[in-house]
Design a protein around this ligand. Sequence first.
Ligand code: NVA
Length: 268
Amino acid sequence: MKKDLISIKDLSGDEIKAIFDLTTQLKKDKANFNKALAGKTLALIFQKPSNRTRVSFEVGMYQLGGNSIYLSPEEINLGVRESIDDVAKTLSRYVQAIVLRTFEHKNCLKMARGASVAVINGLSDFSHPCQALADLYTVQEKLKTLKNITLAYVGDGNNVCNSLLFICAKLGVNMNLGCPKGFEPDKIVLKESIALAKKNQASINLYNNPKLAVKDVDVIYTDVWASMGQEKEAAARKKRFKNFQVNKNLVKLAKKSVLIMHCLPAHL
Ligand code: NVA
């Protein structure tokens, strides 16, 4: 049966740990994996700009012996030139997996429903699971453990924040949120991740004050204040988020060894 990755919720904590173990093996011994995806093709459908996600998938496929095909927004014109369901069914006859970067999250769900091959969410307005996987792997690599650590997310409770909430909850990593009022993460995501975290002996705390969120934490994570598609709100958001800037004054409240992370691109 195919397995999609639309949300971090699609993976159990053990599956995430297995992905991390495989990543460690692969990084140590690339040569042994250079035929792992031989004969396999990945389709990349991107409706939004991408640097890291696209390059990671394309280089990854190449290094693992497979192949990728990038399909630009103009070429596919998803839902206009052809329905998502038709694109899903057609591509399923050619490729072994599809990555979709899109605006509305429901497009990912539609693609997954229509495709008989695996569909991976390469970012939607609601979540960015691949980003969260790479981030928590990096935290583990840098800190050598994910036990008894706290990650503070400062800024907009957006797609990246939603995925970080789920992955921290699944891996038992404590998370503090420092978001302005009205820019907190999705209510359901928050409720579900708090419950999940509890099961894994971790806690999630929401503050509207960034100073409280970063106190003594191991990691500070932030993102842009206006995400892709919100360009028109940029000026208003700049005012609203001005006290949520990750600067020297904020960083000095965290542990001395704090890691600073940003999913990039970084711009005001
Ligand atoms: N919040 C960002 C994530 C970029 C990787 C966006 O959706 O624009």
